[in-house]
Design a protein around this ligand. Structure first.
Ligand code: MCN
Ligand code: CUM
Length: 800
């Protein structure tokens, strides 16, 4: 009981400790519980008929042969959903999307019909037997072509609508124009600037490709009128609200459960036709219905990421001080605008594009465009278009440095927002909470001995016999995560707060429930650590439960690295409510006034007296047994936390590449990543998140790509083609950190999970382009595959 403070602190396994992952016990023994592990009595299986063509009228659908396949119970088409008004559904972006194609298909692999059968194989056979006759229409897959006057009309359902959810539409394939910043001031700064640079770049279409694909088990109980659905959702509460609104079932009778999720990475934020069809099928047939998509379906039809055609411009003085930034983006959103952004921001947080730099004037504009490609535009390990923004500004700073003959580090130093300028309001109106960019970059440059690397590069460039080109990439990024303040961020009108409920049991263990849901981030481990430190209860006896709308308080889910900034704060605040009550109970038990007590690790003690104390365990028992007069029994609290601001994590990354002059093969010699996410809850989990994010960044920069041929056939939608790096290809990562706490977060913590992805991608491009910088190259687009590098080498007269 009276063990030394040090030991007691260790026993808590609280914040700051590299506690091993609680969830690994089940994952490494194959005891996880994923959607496909859910098996209910009488459960039916659903499979989807998908369009083989990208743009066509549906002339006829014949179900007869399919209905004769043994085991097939039903085939549903848009015609069947029409009476229920469920053939179209709202998207999170304020558009509508066909649940099943209604008279016309808009992209290859679009959902046309569903087959429900007694087993998965019968359902697949049924899908083969459904006959659909298509009359093909001209296809547009290029957003620039889509905006030309005579371009085919993709969305006939919107004919004559000159406005969408985000204002005016100036063309039948135009979705929205969104802009931010001060255009007049920016244009004026450009008009009078001594130096300007401009660069076009394409951030290609990629896909998060989680190992577990999307799926659902819907179970409607016609007797009770209750709907329970297990599904792969990063945001189960908002799904419950939408399902209730669409189906008319009271929200109290809808239960959405996200069980273990095998990776989300943004792919599981959206609401897909497959989920809706599984739910409708269960309601119509009165039996549970399971739908699990396969890999090709996942890569072809669920939300892709990026596909931004960006033009960046910087205006500067001759000695490299940036005066203004201007960007213009054509954003391919596919056939339906199904982006998952806070409702008021159709381009997400793209206006973080001024980055880590003190830029006096800035303006950005994004035009969303329909094409005959799959809908999406979700983030992929990125807080709402932050990856695209960081890529743009970091590329542009490099381009400017090259034009001025300045070093990449020197130009960054010259333009950094300085430590004493925080809180700093950017030209786009973001209030950056805290940062220390110069110290972060200096630490990285010292760790890798930057001058020596540059000297080696100069030597290699001077030697024509050297078989490789050496490139050094440097990026100093700022993210915006933790959406978000409800006053500006909502999803379909629901503010983006988050929540936590903590219940301390009589014997001093506890259960806590949150509105977020882990997909691999280790919340069961780290959330318990926060509570352990706040309440003095060992994290080993704190159970964490997420993802069940019937037990957890309403929360907005896990994406945009918001769990620590928002739910993490809710956890601390709920614990502090309990702490305040515990203090009252302790004072009562010790018969002293509250003011005479001090808190020490796991107990309240009489100030300065180590022998008179009550531990949280004592207090928990008393709360259920002899609470002071006037105080309710029990020891629990709920807190809904609406953050006053976003958090702004940052980092400095450096990469060294060697490109074979003959083949274009690239080797990542070194990758050094320094991250600052404020107060660190679990350093081991942070490191794991950073390794994962860097590996996904490597995948995007070096190989991932979804593209389309002229007929709209998707390319790259199998794991034969889509690059998922294994341990063989993955470079060795070196990580480092600084700690600059967030002044407005109760724990000083910022999000971290997406930083390594956001920061690493431009670092790879920076290094690849740097290898060619002495040959006059300023930019080339991802992915930097060996084949594309070989072409690049040829373009500069190398590679034979
Ligand atoms: N953490 C910490 N100290 C901090 C910040 C975070 O110890 N200062 C810990 C947290 O306690 C948490 C983890 O790091 O256990 C990530 O926290 P945070 O940065 O708040 O991000 P989220 O939990 O909200 O995770 C979302 C983020 C997103 S949006 C994507 S995309 C992504 C990512 O997480 N998807 C992932 N990492 C992933 N990792 C896995 N394994 N699987 C995914 O699908
Ligand atoms: Cu940003 S992809 Mo994550 O937000 O689920």
């Amino acid at each position: 009981m009276n063990a030394p403070a040090n030991d007691r602190e260790k026993d808590l396994m609280g914040m700051g400790m590299s506690r091993l992952r609680k969830e690994d016990a089940r994952f490494i023994q194959g005891k996880g519980n994923y959607v496909d592990d859910i098996k209910l009595p009488d459960m039916l299986h659903m499979d989807i008929v998908r369009s083989p063509v990208a743009h066509a009228r549906i002339v006829r659908i014949n179900k007869e042969a399919a209905l004769k396949v043994p085991g097939v119970i039903a085939v549903l088409t848009a015609q069947d959903l029409k009476p229920l008004k469920l053939h179209w559904m709202p998207t999170l972006a304020g558009d509508v999307q066909a649940v099943l194609a209604d008279e016309k298909v808009h992209f290859q692999m679009q959902e046309v019909a569903v087959v429900i059968a007694t087993d998965r194989y019968a359902a697949a056979d049924g899908v083969e037997a459904v006959e659909v006759e298509y009359e093909e229409l001209p296809v547009v897959i290029d957003p620039f072509e889509a905006l030309k006057p005579g371009a085919p009309v993709i969305r006939e359902d919107l004919a004559g609508k000159s406005a969408g959810a985000h204002g005016e539409r100036y063309h039948h394939n135009h979705i929205f124009t969104w802009d931010a910043g001060d255009k007049a001031a920016t244009d004026a700064a450009f008009a009078s600037a001594p130096i300007t640079v401009r660069q076009d770049m394409h951030y290609p279409r990629v896909h998060p490709c989680p190992l577990e694909t999307c799926g659902a088990v819907a179970s409607f109980d016609p007797v009770r009128g209750e709907l329970t659905t297990w599904m792969t959702s990063q945001a189960p509460h908002i799904v419950r609200t939408v399902v209730s609104m669409l189906s008319g079932i009271p929200e109290s009778k809808v239960r959405i459960i996200s069980p273990d999720i095998g990776g989300g990475f943004g792919n599981k934020v959206g609401i897909y036709p497959g989920y809706v069809c599984a739910i409708v099928s269960s309601i119509v047939l009165g039996k549970p219905v399971k739908w699990i998509e396969d890999r090709i379906e996942n890569l072809s039809s669920t939300a892709f990421a990026r596909d931004y055609h960006m033009t960046g411009e910087l205006a500067a003085t001759a000695d490299g001080k940036i005066l203004a930034l201007r960007t213009n983006v054509i954003a391919d959103h596919g056939a339906f605008d199904a982006c998952a952004d806070p409702t008021k921001f159709p381009a997400g947080m793209f206006h973080i594009v001024s980055g880590s730099y003190d830029i006096p004037s800035a303006y950005c504009r994004v035009d969303g465009v329909y094409t005959n490609t799959a809908p999406g535009g979700v983030a992929y390990r990125c807080s709402f278009r932050v990856t695209e923004a960081v890529y743009l500004i970091e590329r542009m700073v490099d381009v400017l440095a090259q034009k001025l003959g300045m070093d990449k580090a020197a130009i960054r130093s010259k333009n950094f927002i300085r430590r004493e300028q925080f809180p700093y309001t950017s030209a786009f109106g973001f209030e950056y909470d805290s940062g220390d960019y110069q110290s972060a970059m200096d630490k990285v440059l010292a760790a890798v001995d930057y001058p020596r690397l540059r000297a080696e590069q100069a030597q290699k460039r001077a030697d024509p016999a050297c078989p490789t080109l050496m490139g050094i990439g440097l990026v100093t990024f700022t993210e915006v995560v933790g959406a978000g303040p409800s006053k500006i961020c909502d999803i379909l009108g629901v503010g983006m707060f988050d929540s936590c409920e903590i219940r301390v049991h009589p014997t001093g263990s506890a259960i806590a429930r949150m509105g977020t849901i882990s997909q691999g981030q280790g919340h069961q481990t780290t959330y318990a650590q926060i509570i352990a430190t706040e309440l003095g209860i060992s994290s080993e006896v704190i159970q964490i439960e997420e993802g069940d709308t019937s037990t957890a308080p309403y929360g907005l889910g896990t994406y945009g690295s918001r769990s620590t900034p928002v739910a993490g704060a809710a956890i601390a605040m709920a614990a502090r409510k309990i702490h305040a009550k515990a203090r009252k109970i302790a004072a009562h038990l010790l018969e002293v006034s509250e003011a005479d007590l001090e808190w020490e690790i796991d107990r309240f003690k009489l100030r300065g007296n180590d022998d008179r104390f009550k531990t949280m365990k004592d207090i928990a028992w008393a709360a259920y047994n002899q609470p002071p007069a006037g105080l309710e029994p029990g020891l629990e609290a709920v807190h809904y936390y609406d953050p006053p601001n976003f958090t702004f994590p940052f980092g400095a990354y450096l990469c060294v590449v060697d490109i074979d002059k003959g083949t274009g093969e690239t080797s990542i010699r070194r990758f050094y990543a320094l991250d600052d996410c404020g107060t660190r809850i679990n350093p081991m989990i942070i490191e794991g998140q950073i390794h994962g994010g860097l590996t996904e960044g490597f995948a995007v920069a070096m190989g991932q790509l979804l593209s389309f041929d002229k007929q709209g056939n998707i390319q790259g939608n199998t794991l034969m083609d889509y690059f998922l790096p294994t341990a063989v290809e993955t470079p060795k990562w070196e990580t480092d950190f600084t700690v600059t706490p967030s002044p407005h977060h109760p724990l000083g913590a910022k999000g971290v999970a997406e930083s390594p992805h956001v920061g690493s991608i431009p670092t790879f491009t920076s290094a690849m382009v740097d290898a060619f910088a002495h040959l006059g190259v300023t930019h080339f687009n991802m992915p930097h595959t060996a084949f594309r590098m070989w072409h690049q080498l040829k373009a500069v007269g190398l590679a034979g």
